[in-house]
Ligand binder design. Structure first.
Ligand code: GDD
Ligand code: MG
Length: 360
């Protein structure tokens, strides 16, 4: 049975303030920590042993997931003393793998929501005889990703991480953050120092003539690295547009966790998720948004494509559109926050004090 490594040690800087108290993979999407969806999908593809490579806020993973038996998995945790980067993190957990040198090992970035056929990626790897196989996807703007051109047979010809110049944008095909490595290749990554798999390992392997194989598909794919993407991903899980066996309830316009209170005249649409102990007051309209545990959305408030952090309070008639409200923040009544604005954890905004659109 194929084993998997999950890279969950990044600082999640672009996702702040969501990641101030919570590492990115533990921020709830559709009612459960995002990582649950990835673990459940791996399990459904037959993976039984997963090693989590942790670094930032490493201590929160094990108390939640334990030994993994609730998900039918055997989970292990390895924490880096200093962040080792993506390649260093993979190398650092190699001793926990049980498989032999010629066996395939799955590696996943910990912030990808995708319908990838995991078994098909392993089959591509085995049948092509590659050293490493990569899931690839096509995006409209590839600049924030690793560009991976391939030849007619799907063999990778170059790897260009975060291209800086227009000349480097040679393809719209990008690294989708899921790999199959031959175990022996993992053992060749240098140990004990930071290594970027994207900037060092892949280009180095290509220069040595190694066989890197790409598998392109057009399945659902989203990197949840920004607040807008995170909110979108959660809504797509609730709506059933993004596949996961771990959504706690039926797919539809809304997901309301046990212990949440939604007034009869409140309207929840567009894949809105409401966490345990949250309160949505009379007349509030919440669309395509995530309201985390214990948060309060006041009467007649309008919340669209936004995230309301744990324990945060949104005052009556306040409008949020594309906004992120940090844990415990208080936005008084009659405010208007739009266009990617972020309110830091614990901040208090007085009633009627903000009519703000960022110039994003
Ligand atoms: N353990 C550990 N240690 N994990 C890390 C570290 C580290 O030092 N640094 C990053 N990670 C984890 C992150 O938690 C995340 O799950 C994954 O590695 C990728 O890091 P991101 O910070 O999300 O990278 P990115 O989104 O800018 O780019 C990566 O993903 C793209 C696809 O979404 C690259 O792999 C790109 O090539 C790729 O296109
Ligand atoms: Mg990412």
């Amino acid at each position: 049975m194929t084993e998997a490594i999950l890279l969950v040690g990044g600082r999640g800087t672009r996702l702040r303030p969501l990641t101030v108290h919570t590492p990115k993979p533990m921020v709830p999407a559709a009612g459960v920590p995002f990582l649950t969806h990835q673990l459940a999908r791996a399990r459904a593809a037959g993976v039984e042993h997963v090693v989590l490579a942790t670094s930032y806020l490493a201590e929160v993973f094990e108390p939640y997931f334990g030994d993994g038996s609730d998900l039918g998995l055997h989970l292990e945790y390895v924490t880096e003393e200093e962040p080792l980067g993506t390649g260093g993190a993979i190398r650092n957990v190699a001793s926990r793998l049980h498989c032999g040198p010629g066996d395939p090992v799955l590696v996943f970035n910990g912030d990808i929501l995708t319908g990838l056929d995991i078994r098909a990626l392993v089959e591509t790897h085995t049948s092509s005889g590659a050293d490493v196989s990569l899931h690839l996807t096509k995006v409209a703007d590839p600049r924030a990703f690793g560009l991976v051109p391939t030849d007619a047979g799907g063999r990778v010809t170059a790897f260009l991480e975060k291209p800086q110049t227009p000349e480097e944008i040679v393809t719209d095909q990008i690294n989708a953050g899921a790999y199959v490595f031959d175990r022996s290749v993992i053992d060749t990554i240098p140990a004990g120092r930071p290594v970027s798999v994207e900037r060092e390992t892949f280009p180095g392997l290509l220069a040595e003539g190694a066989h890197l194989q790409g598998m392109v598909d057009s399945t659902y794919w989203l990197d949840l690295g920004t607040p807008q993407a995170f909110v979108r991903g959660s809504a797509d899980l609730v709506l059933g547009h993004a596949p996961s066996p771990a959504v706690p309830g039926r797919r539809g316009e809304r997901l309301v966790l046990d212990g949440a209170e939604v007034a009869p005249g409140a309207k929840l649409t567009g894949g809105t998720a409401v966490g345990a102990g949250a309160v949505i007051a009379e007349g509030a309209r919440v669309h395509g948004s995530t309201v985390l545990d214990g948060a309060v959305v006041g009467p007649d408030a309008v919340v669209r494509d936004s995230l309301v952090g744990a324990g945060a309070r949104i005052g009556a008639r306040t409008v949020l559109e594309g906004a992120v409200i940090g844990d415990g923040a208080v936005v008084g009544e009659d405010n208007e926050l739009r266009d990617g604005i972020r309110v830091w954890c614990g901040v208090r905004l007085e009633a009627g004090s903000v009519r703000f659109s960022s110039d994003r």
